[in-house]
Design a protein. Structure first.
Length: 248
């Protein structure tokens, strides 16, 4: 995959700006990344109410990034995403690593305004389902049934909730409309339902194959129980960078 056109091959769902790339990295790369995440000093972890995270690349302010040099294992993955997607005007300079235990998730939210509006999320460990919900300021699907075509945005896009099943080693990319018109989140339930996942058909076999290893799949109900921890690398570009480098 070497160009934005190549990326179109991975488009999923009804929005033109959501891409799911299965097996973006190898098993060996996944192991290497997990090793490095675990090796990070305890002080690198920040505990939140419902998950832990590591912040790499510097401190993100409303007015830009107070940069901090990235370790090579993150520079390499950023470079791969930057080169293979062709979606960024400059190299990716910030990575947030989230850790989710089997019953942890992330509240529906929109990423901050300091970031360039393209997000790349690399998944490691347990599969999960990410839910996208239109902002309340946008009309919902149900509203649209009773109202007229003004409910569509300037691209003629309707705003329906949707989900994506994120398998380990996959890369999810979303931008523009999906970035600013929707909230994204993961339920904090160990039971994850993928009935409505836009990539259900492509990914289901992969999920069934990984059964016993990382999940317990409930075939009849398009759902699975998480039994493992998941890590994600949220790789983004903060276009505005302050001159002074923070010490690592
Ligand atoms: O873990 C994920 O897949 C989502 C992380 C996320 O949305 C964020 O870091 O802003
Ligand atoms: Fe996010």
């Amino acid at each position: 995959m070497e160009s934005a056109e190549g990326l179109n091959h991975f488009k999923v769902g009804h929005l033109p700006t959501v891409f799911y790339i299965p097996n973006f990295i190898s098993h060996d790369d996944e192991t290497m990344l997990l090793d490095n995440i675990y090796k990070a000093p305890a002080s690198k972890w920040k505990s939140l109410k419902n998950r832990r995270l590591q912040n790499w690349g510097g401190i993100v302010h409303e007015k830009g990034l107070l940069p901090q040099e990235l370790p090579i294992w993150l520079t390499n993955i950023n470079k791969k995403i930057y080169q293979e997607t062709n979606l960024y005007p400059a190299p990716i300079n910030h990575v947030l690593i989230n850790e989710y235990l089997h019953n942890q998730g992330i509240m529906p939210h929109q990423d901050g305004p300091a970031y360039f509006p393209v997000v790349a999320i690399l998944s490691l460990g347990s599969p999960v389902v990410m839910d996208f919900t239109p902002h309340s300021r946008l009309k919902s699907c149900a509203d649209q049934l009773t109202e007229n075509s003004d409910d569509k945005d300037s691209n003629g896009t309707t705003h329906c909730p949707f989900s994506i099943l994120l398998m380990p080693r996959s890369l999810l990319i979303f931008k523009d409309e999906a970035y600013s018109g929707y909230l994204h989140g993961i339920s904090d339930n160990s039971l994850q339902c993928y009935e409505q996942a836009v990539n259900k058909n492509e990914v289901q076999n992969c999920l069934l194959e990984s059964e016993n290893a990382t999940v317990e799949v409930n075939r009849d109900h398009s759902s699975f129980e998480r039994t493992n921890t998941r890590f994600s690398l949220t790789c983004r570009l903060v276009p505005k960078v302050h001159k002074h480098l923070l010490r690592r």
